[in-house]
Ligand binder design. Structure first.
Ligand code: ADP
Ligand code: ADP
Length: 224
């Protein structure tokens, strides 16, 4: 489980657009944190900072006391669109990322991929191609592909936003079930307040303020 600490960062784009000013958040090991805010408040920018694609001009972003870098093995990403390879079946799509891991043999790769597919309830769909699966199933495969890499910090950017309301609710229930078993640290970006409250231990609300400076409010939610 990863410990994420964002301490007093300032971040502005090269054109001078200030997005964060003295901004801090923390996700403790195993915590599920939702980032909630309107379009343009800086959610994508923050995700790019957390994953080390952007660097703050001041302050620090640390994952288990290390500076955030895109290739960190701790990091797993799930994006709004599943981005599966259309010519690979579900199992091979899930196994694909594991090819980068020199320590995982071909046999282990298939075994880990099967386990990850089973986790998301798609063990029976292993041989099917993406176009033979619904949008929700494709997004489950995308989640399985990320989980197979065994990340300890899961960064999710509106992962179910493209799904209809019913699939989305069942994916959220599924995600919560998986999270309570796997206990990763999760940072989940959304502009849907119901989704944030349903999922998270803590909701961090990002707001726009004058002069482009962003402020935040964090709300802790006790779990039943
Ligand atoms: P969100 O994901 O919450 O919609 P973004 O992080 O995309 O917000 O954007 C935050 C602010 O930074 C917005 O005002 C946006 O226009 C600006 N912005 C985003 N990307 C860039 C960029 N590459 N260069 C300059 N400004 C940007
Ligand atoms: P979203 O709100 O879904 O995150 P945006 O429309 O804010 O998407 O941004 C889409 C892309 O455009 C992002 O890569 C972002 O960095 C870039 N972008 C957004 N605003 C600006 C801007 N003012 N100048 C340059 N690039 C921008």
């Amino acid at each position: 489980m990863a410990h994420l600490r964002v301490d007093h960062i300032d971040f502005a784009y090269e054109n001078g657009q200030t997005v964060f000013s003295d901004f801090s958040i923390e996700a403790k090991p195993g915590e599920f944190v939702a980032l909630l805010g309107p379009s343009g408040c800086g959610k994508s920018t923050l995700l790019n900072l957390l994953s080390g694609f952007l660097q703050p001009q001041r302050g620090s972003i640390r994952i288990n006391e290390h500076k955030a870098r895109p290739e960190m093995q701790e990091l797993g990403y799930v994006f709004q669109s599943p981005q599966l390879f259309p010519w690979l079946n579900a199992l091979d799509n899930v196994a694909f990322g594991l090819r980068m891991r020199a320590d995982v043999s071909r046999i282990e790769r298939e075994q880990k991929a099967r386990e990850a597919l089973a986790l998301v309830g798609l063990a029976d769909a292993a041989q099917r191609l993406p176009h033979q699966l619904s949008g929700g199933m494709q997004q489950r495969i995308s989640l399985a592909r990320t989980l197979a890499m065994e990340p300890t910090l899961l960064l999710m950017d509106e992962p179910f936003a493209a799904l209809d309301a019913i699939s989305r609710q069942s994916m959220n229930e599924e995600l919560l079930r998986l999270w309570s078993t796997l206990k990763q640290t999760v940072v989940f970006i959304t502009h849907d307040i119901d989704e944030a409250v349903f999922l998270a231990d803590r909701v961090v609300v990002l707001g726009k303020a004058p002069q482009g400076v962003r402020h935040t409010v964090a709300v802790d939610l006790p779990r039943p």
